[in-house]
Design a protein around this ligand. Sequence first.
Ligand SMILES: CC(C)(COP(=O)(O)OP(=O)(O)OC[C@H]1O[C@@H](n2cnc3c(N)ncnc32)[C@H](O)[C@@H]1OP(=O)(O)O)[C@@H](O)C(=O)NCCC(=O)NCCS
Length: 296
Amino acid sequence: MDTRAPAPLLPDGIVVRPMRPDDLDDAERLSDLAFSRIDAHSTGRTPQRAAAWKARTAHLLAQDGAGCWVADRDGRMVGLAVSLRRETLWALATLAVHPDWQGRGVGHVLLQAAGTHARGALRGMISSFSDPRAVRRYRTAGFDLHPQMLLEGVVHVDGLEASRHVRDGTGGDLEWMDSLDRGLRGAGRGDDHALLRATHRSRVVDRAHRRGYAYVGEDHTVVLLAASDRRTAAELLTDAWLGAAGEVVRQPHVTAANQWALDVGLAAGLSVRTEGYLCVRGLKPPTPYLHHGSLL
Ligand SMILES: CC(C)(COP(=O)(O)OP(=O)(O)OC[C@H]1O[C@@H](n2cnc3c(N)ncnc32)[C@H](O)[C@@H]1OP(=O)(O)O)[C@@H](O)C(=O)NCCC(=O)NCCS
């Protein structure tokens, strides 16, 4: 995986081994600690978000055991990597190292271990924070970095126009949703849809010549959106925010290839800033698309 840089020697006493189901509690705590240290405003995960992190990682461990690794020292976890393989696509869901052990090669070795799950995959995707160590790791592993934008603010619905073509998704939509994703990112999602449907509202447009879907959280954030065209994508994003009048929304993961999302955000009165990178290998940033932070 990290083809351009030879693997470093691990610091004394650290071993990298496959993740097990009984690692999930420690893995959640460690990832929360590592991520909250790079965000000065973070107060750590709420119990609900911690439970969602564990449910998603348990799902990936069950589906993609070969892509999930931990680093241990004297029986204490000091790092973890969780990745998934869907058809021709490999994606990194989480990479985190304990703050006391960062910058000493542990992340490099974990990424290489997770990368063994990518063998034969034509494409790769990672959504990265701005941590300079992460940026260095992903670029050295051959990924192209594309800045992501974040839309944020109080929603003004006066500037938004409802579409009568958006409806709730059903199990009958999954086949065309997978075809849509194959066109956009080279791979369907398989059972990841079951996980997403259990935790989010699914909204779809299914017209004769245009289709799209979005998974929407309780806070009105669109965690994933894929569409055949910009008009459909804009209808789905608008639909997600129409119930949020006067509320603050925070919509991450907008790449420059998705200017249509900026137009919807500006129409809703939101502001725009940059946050992190979409890292891609073997594909361009998908559009019209808002990628999922872990399932991409
Ligand atoms: C990103 C992370 C997983 C990397 O793990 P790590 O063990 O720290 O990484 P490594 O030591 O293998 O590699 C870090 C690289 O950055 C370099 N580095 C270390 N500190 C740095 C700094 N402050 N600025 C720039 N580069 C730095 C290292 O020299 C190394 O590069 P090299 O291998 O070319 O020498 C870890 O730092 C972390 O958990 N960060 C917080 C959470 C996060 O951002 N996760 C990734 C989000 S997708």
